[in-house]
Design a protein around this ligand. Structure first.
Ligand SMILES: [Zn+2]
Length: 145
């Protein structure tokens, strides 16, 4: 075989991980670690937002032929909390006056006052959630009472 090895052929690759605080030239690095999990754990402990993966491509004669760095941004440690926003809307079917409430009892009080002040007005209740939008709650005053 007289042909030389094709360019880019590497005998083996050495990979290790660092925890780092930024992707800037002047960054703090901590490591090395053999596994991503170790580096990630350390990064989180230090409050670092990035992992750096070093790949050393080592040739036949144990020379480092190429060094590759790959930055990996860690996903935010804070898991987003699912906040269910729920509002109660009361609206008078007779005159159209409406209000927004946080608590069912507030809607009840509003309806009581409104129906007391305006005879034969009928207040309807709607529940608003982000997922479903406005949804009427039927017979609500009976269930609340
Ligand atoms: Zn009314």
């Amino acid at each position: 075989m007289s042909s030389s090895q094709p360019e880019g052929y590497m005998a083996y690759k050495e990979t290790f991980w660092m925890a780092c605080d930024s992707t800037e030239q002047l960054r703090a690095e901590y490591g090395p670690f053999h596994t991503r999990a170790e580096a990630e754990m350390e990064a989180r402990k230090l409050g670092f937002a990035y992992l750096l993966r070093y790949e050393h491509l080592i040739g036949d004669d144990d020379d480092i032929q190429e060094v590759r760095c790959i930055f990996i941004e860690l996903s935010t440690t804070v898991t987003p909390t699912v906040r269910i926003v729920r509002k109660l809307h009361t609206r008078c079917a007779s005159c159209g006056e409406s209000a927004v409430h946080d608590e069912p009892w507030q809607a009840e009080v509003w309806a009581d006052i409104h129906e007391f002040e305006h005879t034969r007005h009928r207040v309807r209740l709607f529940e608003q959630t982000r997922a479903e939008g406005l949804k009427e709650i039927g017979d609500w005053r009976d269930t609340c009472a």
